[in-house]
Design a protein around this ligand. Structure first.
Ligand code: ADP
Length: 328
């Protein structure tokens, strides 16, 4: 997918993008954002005439992450879960700190601007590292501007609604970063693997999910979807570690062993979801996740780069502040 984010390969803004940005009346967000989104949705993200806000198209993911090309058949089997994206373990802590600092400062602006939102979706097989990634990457983020939602087996109330209902009511409002720990994709993953609804029902859902994400995008919500990819051997080690350490016993669920038996069925379901629901406006990013330290940096950098490309700004100060004095 071609993208333009107003940067050259070295990370410096190019003049044209800067010029375009300064011409764009900031107050017209989100209508122009919708224009940008429509251009992205039409798959024409490179046609500058379509929108003055093309620089808002999310930038490429961090090195090491594989972004699923919209319309391309994808298989996790082709991705090495041990990859580190060229990162060095000794430098990972400092690299993560640097990305977290960027996220914190950009989040403050996103919150103050109160015009757009960011939804970060995490999916993975059991023990894939969703919790650890969220904990590490979002450490220090102002909790007031962030909402994390975990989706478990649906409640009777949720099952009485359409399958997207429980997710839609948790999408981030303007100014917020929303995090989905599991997501609407469960309804084409576990639901498919366990045969919880008829095939024609889950098959219909890929298109419905794409439409749902299109609606969110057009409404000013940028969507970042991370699939954390671990190997079957790595899952075994992580389950064994939970059994071996009393402080991790609470994390061990015997049901995970049953799910592990369906490893291949899950991989097929993942491949299908990643293939069918990677769109120009909300592509899937596959993160090699066997090495937690590399995974964290890759995800943090991608979130920071995306927020930076969104370019949130503090609102214009109120007029006439100069003459005001605060009474004793
Ligand atoms: P986690 O593994 O995310 O830390 P749990 O161990 O409580 O949390 O597992 C949540 C369970 O809920 C998972 O087995 C997951 O497959 C299941 N689940 C999530 N969404 C759905 C859904 N829509 N339908 C059925 N099961 C679901």
């Amino acid at each position: 997918m071609a993208r333009k984010n107003g940067k050259d390969g070295n990370g410096a803004r190019d003049d044209k993008a800067e010029e375009t940005r300064s011409q764009a009346p900031w107050s017209d967000h989100p209508p122009s954002f919708a224009g940008w989104a429509r251009a992205a949705i039409a798959g024409s993200g490179t046609a500058p005439s379509l929108s003055p806000h093309l620089h808002l198209i999310p930038p490429p993911a961090a090195p090491g992450i594989v972004t699923v090309g919209p319309g391309q058949a994808f298989s996790l089997a082709a991705i090495n879960p041990d990859a580190t994206g060229g990162l060095d373990k000794a430098e990972a802590k400092a690299a993560l700190d640097a990305q977290r600092t960027r996220i914190r400062s950009l989040q403050e602006k996103l919150y103050a601007e109160h015009r757009r939102s960011l939804l970060v979706v995490f999916q993975a097989i059991d023990t894939g590292g969703k919790d650890g990634t969220i904990r590490n990457v979002l450490e220090g983020v102002n909790p007031q501007g962030c909402r994390v939602w975990s989706f478990k087996v649906p409640s009777p109330e949720e099952l009485d609604q359409d399958f997207l209902w429980r997710y839609h009511r948790r999408t981030p409002g303007r100014g917020l970063i929303g995090v989905f720990n599991r997501s609407h994709y469960e309804d084409v993953l576990v639901v498919r693997v366990k045969g919880l609804v008829p095939e024609e029902t889950w098959r219909e859902r890929y298109g419905l999910i794409n439409e749902f994400e299109r609606l969110l995008t057009l409404s000013g919500c940028v969507i970042l979807k991370f699939f954390l990819h671990i190997s079957k051997d790595e899952q075994k080690e992580r389950l064994e570690a939970r059994l071996a350490d009393p402080e991790k016993h609470w994390k061990f669920d015997p049901a995970d062993l049953m799910e592990r038996k369906s490893w291949d069925a899950y991989q097929t379901a993942f491949d299908d979801a990643l293939t069918r629901c990677s769109t120009p406006y909300a592509p899937w990013h596959v993160v090699p996740a066997n090495r937690k330290w590399a995974r964290n940096v890759m995800v943090a950098r991608t979130i920071a780069d995306t927020l930076e490309a969104m370019d949130p700004r503090f609102p214009e100060p109120r007029k006439g502040l100069e003459g005001i004095t605060v009474p004793d």
